[in-house]
Design a protein around this ligand. Structure first.
Ligand SMILES: Cc1ncc(COP(=O)(O)O)c(C=O)c1O
Length: 404
């Protein structure tokens, strides 16, 4: 891009090479790395906003204007400057999954009424903390949660997270599925649904929302199956008399490899229109990945280059602990050079600095000869990276910057 060469599959208007220099959100990435130091996450607010606006546009165009809300799943990225700026867009609320997330969202300007809470295995302290936030909407993930919330907030409205026994994911990655043929901890199954409704009624709770989130990373090829999941969830919807909302979770994916195509949002929105257009229900969507993942880069310093047997290792100054998704979920995290200095390409195993065998960022990455380069970037670093980081081997520290 901008250098006479064919663009690489991941290049786009705000991310790509200009005169052989990687440019992101109008900034030379080499300059960002030199200025901020490494490891650093950099996020583009413009890209997040564009992702959000694209979702709005697809739903508006399909005829669902004023019939939907987008709730950012803040588990994907809880960087406070980002949350505060998201609030300012007025384009989304928040999906929170712990009391601490609720508190952080509120501290960044979201009102409790902007927040939908969905989580499981809540302690007494969790319940009592959540109950202090009037206006917070609570999606119960179990019959236990319905009972406890009913004791704390009798007479209130709740959602019930259901489990249709069908899961979705990027490709057929079962690790990313939250429902499916194997029993998972998420939501209330058909077999227990009548009991769930009875417990709600006993506590004078009105069930006004059905919620489900069945997996992560789906792209266009999975849309047909996604529609069959929505169809299966109609069974739960049809059993509730006072519903005003349906929450279809998140899970919208972004391309990770050249073989992936971006999610066809027109087809995606058409599925929602077909399934819920005539229902009168307000539709909630709670994406994390789709809004943030491709809006962030992880900038790393190169520590060494060494060939061991037939494999050349490119060492970097951070390990899987600061962005564990590739290790946990086998998701590719593509390394890209900051400078296209060399025509000749080579294969590298990109290795982190953690004493664990799985601490390989990428195997057989095809990169230009990296001799003499100081930095490396990993694309798709905006979601489930910093938010999942740990201090393993005391290699926890990293920096985060929002490019506005
Ligand atoms: C209940 C719920 N909603 C939304 C999300 C966001 O999913 P994604 O980032 O895949 O869109 C998750 C992710 O785990 C979730 O558990």
């Amino acid at each position: 891009m901008g250098n006479g060469k064919a663009p690489l599959w991941w290049e786009r208007e705000d991310l790509g090479y200009q005169q052989d220099e990687l440019v992101f959100a109008g900034h030379s990435v080499s300059r960002l790395a030199a200025q901020f130091g490494t490891p650093s996450f950099v996020y583009s607010l413009d890209r997040v906003r564009a992702n959000l606006e694209r979702l709005h546009q697809s739903l508006n165009e399909v005829g669902l204007a004023d019939r939907f809300s987008i709730l950012f799943a803040m588990k994907a990225n809880r960087f406070a400057p980002l949350l505060a700026n998201l609030k300012q867009t007025g384009l989304c609320g928040i999906d929170a999954c712990s009391p601490a997330e609720v508190e952080l969202a509120v501290s960044c300007g979201f009102a409790p009424a902007d927040i939908s809470f969905t989580a499981g295995s809540l302690s007494e302290l969790d319940f009592s903390t959540l109950a202090r936030y009037d206006g917070l909407f609570f999606d119960c993930d179990s019959i236990h949660a319905i009972r406890r919330w009913g004791e704390l907030k009798p007479g209130s409205e709740i959602g019930i997270r259901v489990n249709p026994g069908m899961g979705i994911s990027r490709e057929a990655n079962e690790k990313l599925q939250y429902a499916g043929s194997t029993v998972t901890k998420f939501g209330v199954y058909r077999e227990q649904f009548d009991e769930a409704l009875a417990v709600a009624a006993e506590h004078d709770l009105t069930v006004t929302k059905i919620h489900f989130h069945t997996g992560c990373g789906y792209l266009t090829p999975q849309l047909t199956y996604w529609e069959s999941i929505l169809e299966a969830c109609q069974w739960f919807i049809s059993r509730c008399d006072n519903l005003s909302r349906v929450n279809v979770g998140g899970g919208l994916g972004v391309p990770h490899l050249e073989s992936d195509q971006p999610l066809d949002l027109n087809r995606w929105a058409a599925v929602l229109k077909r399934q819920f257009g005539d229902s009168g229900l307000h539709i909630e969507i709670e994406p994390g990945d789709y809004l943030l993942k491709d809006a962030g880069l992880l900038l790393l310093g190169i520590t060494y280059l060494e060939t061991k047997k037939d494999t050349t290792f490119l060492g970097v100054d951070a390990g899987f602990n600061i962005a564990p998704e590739p290790a946990y979920y086998d998701l590719p995290f593509l390394p890209v050079p900051l400078v296209l200095a060399n025509e000749e390409s080579r294969q590298y195993h990109v290795a982190g600095n953690i004493n664990e065998a799985l601490d390989i960022w990428y195997e057989d990455a095809v990169l230009p000869d990296m001799t003499g380069q100081k930095y490396l970037a990993l694309i798709n670093g905006g979601a489930y990276s910093s938010s999942m980081a740990s201090n393993h081997c005391m290699r926890g520290p990293f920096k985060e910057f929002l490019l506005v």
